[in-house]
Design a binder for this molecule. Structure first.
Ligand SMILES: [Zn+2]
Ligand SMILES: [Zn+2]
Length: 318
């Protein structure tokens, strides 16, 4: 079973617009609709005379609560040699308070200055060099030679050892090499790429999709959002139901309305998947009337209505 929603009467929409426009700017109304030398009266301004074209459209609305806040979580770490520390751009938020995400143009995770930390090099155990046996003296610290001595008149050959300190290790038997890992700087340096501390702002956002070809969708959506309880539409909890009941509910259908339902559905799914967003309302379907009007002076303007004959809102770019 579907509920057929009654579209507002064109004269009622025009009347509601006229009263609102006169309250907002009576002078402008006089200028656009008045007659020179005659007393200005709102009664003389009728839809029949000034509305040139009317389209029956539809609008789909739902509200989303979006939290702009610490979306990124987790951290990344980098381990670099001392000379490479200075190649990174660091940020500090110490005492700076929370950051407004709207104003932040950099990455959502950045290297934090306060996270820089020395880590003793594992390769050299924090010494900066590696010790090894001297290759020249095989770790003995001495170079050993055997001299052949000629002894006495007979010059009998005799071997005698001769040793002297190794020049490669200054007689220590050990040689040191700078550590290739830390480049001799003893430490490696660790820093963290952490989320920027954004402040959490929760905002309610109206989402409006309309089949009317209008530049004012955003403005209409915002106006509607404020008075949603005072505008009658048909509420659905899912798009499947909405799709099957739109035509019966409105009593009319067109290609643009079908397209609009498709676009709204895609948008809805996108918000469902967004972990920072929460859909806070049901899906509303509204009859939408778009009127193309011209003032007595020839100025073109548009009037829109959203809602049923009982409860509707008007929007105009007049
Ligand atoms: Zn090292
Ligand atoms: Zn040596």
């Amino acid at each position: 079973m579907s509920i057929r929603i009654k579209t507002p009467n064109l004269d009622d929409i025009f009347e509601k617009w006229k009263q609102k426009a006169a309250r907002t700017d009576r002078k402008k109304m006089e200028k656009q609709f008045g007659t020179k030398g005659a007393v200005f009266s709102l009664d003389a301004i009728s839809a029949a005379e000034y509305v040139k074209d009317t389209m029956k459209e539809a609008a789909i609305y739902f509200a989303v609560k979006k939290s702009l806040g610490p979306a990124p979580t987790g951290k990344d770490e980098n381990l670099v040699t001392a000379p490479r520390v200075g190649r990174e751009q660091y940020y500090s938020f110490k005492g700076a308070g929370k950051i407004n995400k709207e104003n932040w143009k950099e990455n959502e995770k950045v290297p934090h200055f306060e996270s820089i930390q020395a880590v003793p090099c594992k390769n050299c155990k924090g010494k900066g060099y590696l010790e090894d046996k001297c290759k020249t003296c095989k770790g003995t610290g001495k170079i050993e030679e055997t001299l052949t001595i000629l002894v006495g008149e007979e010059q009998k050959k005799e071997k005698k050892p001769f040793s002297y300190p190794c020049g490669a290790c200054y007689g220590t038997g050990n040689r040191t090499e700078p550590c290739k890992e830390c480049g001799g700087h003893k430490n490696m340096y660790k820093y963290e790429i952490l989320p920027v501390p954004f402040q959490t702002v929760v905002t309610g956002i109206p989402i409006l999709h309309s089949s009317a070809q209008t530049r004012y969708e955003k403005e209409i959506g915002e106006d509607l959002h404020k008075i949603i309880e005072d505008v009658e539409g048909i509420k659905f909890s899912d798009f499947k139901e909405l799709e099957s009941k739109t035509e019966a509910s409105l009593g009319y259908m067109n290609k643009n309305i079908s397209k609009t339902i498709g676009a709204a559905k895609t948008d809805y799914r996108k918000h469902e998947k967004d972990k920072d967003a929460q859909i806070t309302s049901q899906i509303y379907l509204f009859p939408m009337i778009q009127m193309m009007a011209t003032t007595k002076r020839g100025t073109k303007f548009e009037i829109y209505s959203l809602g049923s004959g009982n409860k509707f809102m008007v929007y105009s770019n007049f």
